[in-house]
Design a protein around this ligand. Structure first.
Ligand SMILES: NC(=O)c1ccc[n+]([C@@H]2O[C@H](COP(=O)([O-])OP(=O)(O)OC[C@H]3O[C@@H](n4cnc5c(N)ncnc54)[C@H](OP(=O)(O)O)[C@@H]3O)[C@@H](O)[C@H]2O)c1
Length: 268
């Protein structure tokens, strides 16, 4: 499968590494275009893929063109490559807030997939919600699905409106979890645990809890009740979290990210 990446930053590299690791494409079938020469050199050295700083040249002959630039660089990239893509070339965009309408009009090309993955692609554990324009054929959808499956879990939705919500939940979500991890480690250090021990037990607590929630299929409240003895230590801590507005604060944070994602789409 011939792939072109426009943008070889954190996400572009994570995706190309997954694709290579899972054998979906050979290094000789991948071209990355980026404005940063140091990024291109590193990607070429590390993955033996082809590189260029010419976005148009990268798109030539690619089955899938992956747009992995920041939202603020989208309009200039669209202006640069508008009108050069031909069917059955497929564009796959991971750009927060960039709507299918913005992408199809900006590209002058109708076969577009919009995806919201996350940074856990770096370890093959991303979850990606994706949608496609009506012109994307079932064959192209299968190609998109197999590419996204290399990153972790992929979920298709015919409803584009869910993509901005997904941006606020699984796109930004790892940052919320990293903040929680950092805070819990700091709290453990505050009560006297050595940082190394604190870090080890916090990370495994998060991993183990997520695994239990996923594998048991139980409601999180039921699992929380299993940890909370009447009059016990967990109940004391949960009271402080509720008093501090933990749930409401998280809801407001996710709402703010969602509003921002929709706002990005409207400014295009
Ligand atoms: N990071 C995440 O966790 C995450 C998760 C889900 C979705 N996304 C989406 O993924 C996209 C990429 O994010 P990222 O974190 O990978 O960003 P990033 O690390 O900044 O990568 C973007 C790359 O594109 C390059 N670039 C800028 N202008 C360009 C141009 N005109 N042509 C070609 N390359 C250009 C940048 O170079 P310079 O740095 O020199 O400008 C940079 O190397 C964003 O739109 C974001 O919304 C990110």
């Amino acid at each position: 499968m011939k792939l072109a990446f426009i943008g070889g930053g954190a996400m572009g590299e994570a995706i190309l590494a997954c694709v290579l690791n899972k054998g979906l494409a050979l290094p000789t079938e991948i071209t990355v275009s980026d404005v940063s020469q140091s990024i291109l050199k590193r990607l070429k050295d590390q993955h033996s893929i082809a590189t260029t700083s010419d976005n148009k040249a990268a798109c030539e002959g690619a089955s899938i063109v992956i747009l992995a630039i920041k939202p603020q660089n989208l309009s200039s990239v669209l202006a640069e490559i508008k009108g050069i893509l031909i069917e059955p070339q497929l564009v796959l965009s991971i750009i927060a807030g960039a709507t299918l309408s913005t992408l199809t009009h900006g590209l002058g090309h109708n076969c577009v997939v919009r995806v919201m993955p996350n940074i856990a692609a770096k370890v093959g554990e991303a979850v990606s919600l994706w949608t496609a324009t009506p012109q994307v054929t079932s064959q192209q959808k299968e190609a998109a699905r197999s590419l996204l499956a290399t990153l972790g879990t992929e979920i298709y939705t015919p409803e584009e409106k869910y993509l901005d919500m997904s941006t606020a939940v699984n796109g930004s979500g790892p940052a919320y979890v990293f903040l929680f991890i950092e805070s819990l480690i700091d709290a453990a250090v505050h009560i006297g645990l050595p940082r190394e021990i604190a870090s080890g037990i916090v990370l495994q607590t998060i991993l183990g809890s997520a695994k239990l929630a996923k594998e048991s299929g139980l409601h999180p409240a039921e699992l929380k009740n299993q940890v909370t003895s009447p009059g016990g230590t967990t109940a004391e801590a949960l009271l402080r979290l509720e008093e501090g507005g933990f749930r409401a604060l998280l809801t407001k944070a996710v709402q703010a990210a969602y509003d921002k994602s929709r706002g990005l789409g409207q400014t295009k």
